[in-house]
Design a protein around this ligand. Sequence first.
Ligand code: NAD
Ligand code: DAO
Ligand code: ZN
Length: 375
Amino acid sequence: MPVIACRAAVCWEAGSRLQIETIEVAPPKEGEVRIKIVSTSVCHTDEYTRTGKDPEGVFPCVLGHEGAGIVEMVGKKVASLEVGDHVIPLYTPQCKACKFCRSEKTNLCSKIREMQGKGLMPDGTSRFRCRGKMLHHFMGCSTFSEYTVCAEISVAKVNNSAPFNRICLLGCGITTGYGAVLNTAKVEPKSTCVVFGVGAVGLAVIMGCVKAAAARIVAVDINDSKKEIAEKFGATDFVNPHSHPDKKLKDVLIELLDGGADYSFECVGNVELMRTALECCHKGWGQSVIIGVAAAGEEISTRPFQLVTGRVWKGSAFGGFKSRDSVPKLVDEYMDGQLKIDEFVTHEFGFQDINKAFDVARDGGAIRCIVNVQQ
Ligand code: NAD
Ligand code: DAO
Ligand code: ZN
């Protein structure tokens, strides 16, 4: 069956800007599907990987992991997807058979983890070539291409009438923050919550806290322009650490919340802030959830006494959602008006301008930039 020649945004080496190239995309092998990507978005993690800070980046590669599209071709033994299905690629797969998938305690499927981490398909090869060279895949998705190939277990089939340029955001940021509140922390009504970082992930945390009927939702960001959108999403308070130069941030928050937060969420990827997020939690029961991804080699620290006295430190990946089961339901929640997505979109670009989307995302002026790949 035919190899497709199409446009893709290639990252040739760590630190270089993406280049729109014509690449070859091989047909899907057994247990794989080829997808025509309609829309994608630029997540903080794509930019982070592009710079070479993230260990998951293997170059040259096709980045992108927040996307949505249409199945164009199915490989042998694919039973759950058909040509024409509308889909969202998933960087956290769900095979439903491995030890992790069989446990209710985690969403971290291990079936294709090893090869995915090496930027390869499950059989250890790549479906992408450009200028005679092999290109690596990224996080099992590689959505910065007009066509990509994913494992069947890395694809969620979704409502055919949902707009691609909105639901692509459920491939990462929104799902991550929302689920961290509802699945990982399991925030109870009337709780007090602190959200560090008001990007897409932090806003989705705020949305989750509102859904959980939290009493106080304190948004923390070093950029004052984030106050308005945080409040629009339901934050009750906004704290800019720079407005309190003489006080430790954790003391500002402990004072504001009469002893500390019931729950806190770190949505930046800064290890110092992770410590503050733990230590601003209430003695005896406060829980802090790490969502932000720190640079390779960085470490967190605190005094053990913080944990001895009842604070709990946790982490959350893809919002703790079992991906193939949950993402279609989140699409339906959006279609029913129960879940915000439109409000996260601040910019929209054609594929040719994907680097502009990176620039805007990096400058902090964006929440999410949609890139319409077929335009
Ligand atoms: P973003 O860049 O859009 O937002 C980050 C926000 O943090 C910005 O508003 C910025 O002003 C703010 N900020 C920066 N430094 C700060 C500081 N010292 N104190 C307070 N605020 C500060 O990022 P995003 O796309 O929302 O992603 C947030 C983090 O979540 C990233 O680290 C990303 O890699 C990670 N992430 C994790 C998962 C997961 O499954 N765990 C999934 C997606 C993203
Ligand atoms: O299963 O060992 C594993 C790794 C799972 C990877 C989870 C990644 C979570 C954070 C990724 C950043 C967001 C795109
Ligand atoms: Zn699994």
